[in-house]
Design a binder for this molecule. Structure first.
Ligand code: FES
Ligand code: FES
Length: 172
């Protein structure tokens, strides 16, 4: 990576949710702050700011990543997707978002954007996960409200529906 000097400001160009965007920031700026303050993409939440809670999760070149552990300069020239990009152009929620809504898989919603971005990436790679595997994937996210049960249901239901099934609900 290029060396930067103190006080320097750099221009970052990226493809955000399919749209070419650019803004200036200091080289030390975190991607989470760049998205929120530099590009106005405030759907990405910031909780712990040290990689523990998962609230800031976005996708970089399609891979779920912690925006609070990534520098904005690291995404220069790359594709970043955030929760704002999950709905379609008519603002219709994605099937995963709909499943979260239907299953009451959120309460305050602080953790939700990050969880959705992780689940979206996960279901592309793992179309038929077990309940245990979904719970394992979710262990990278802290939710203080829901108890996770309905989040797990929403993810399994989405996976099953994509496979053409009626939904595979977790054991009670
Ligand atoms: S804010 Fe990034 S992991 Fe908590
Ligand atoms: S819904 Fe409140 S932290 Fe998860």
């Amino acid at each position: 990576m290029k060396k930067h000097v103190k006080g320097e400001v750099v221009r970052i160009q990226l493809r955000l949710n399919g749209e070419e965007r650019s803004a200036r920031c200091e080289p030390r700026t975190l991607l989470s702050d760049f998205l929120r303050d530099g590009l106005g993409a405030t759907g990405t939440h910031v909780g712990c700011e040290h990689g523990v809670c998962g609230a800031c999760t976005v996708q970089i070149d399609g891979v779920a990543s912690r925006a609070c552990l990534t520098l904005a300069v690291q995404v220069d020239g790359r594709a970043v997707d955030t929760v704002e990009g999950l709905a379609d152009e008519q603002d219709r929620l994605s099937d995963l978002q709909e499943a979260f809504r239907r299953n009451h898989a959120l309460q305050c919603g602080f953790c939700t954007a990050g969880i959705l971005m992780s689940c979206d990436d996960y279901l592309r790679r793992k179309p038929d996960p077990s309940e245990a595997e979904v719970r394992d994937m979710l262990s990278g996210h802290l939710c203080r409200c829901t108890g996770y049960t309905n989040i797990v249901k929403a993810v399994l239901e989405t996976a099953a529906a994509r496979r053409g099934g009626p939904g595979k609900l977790p054991e009670q």
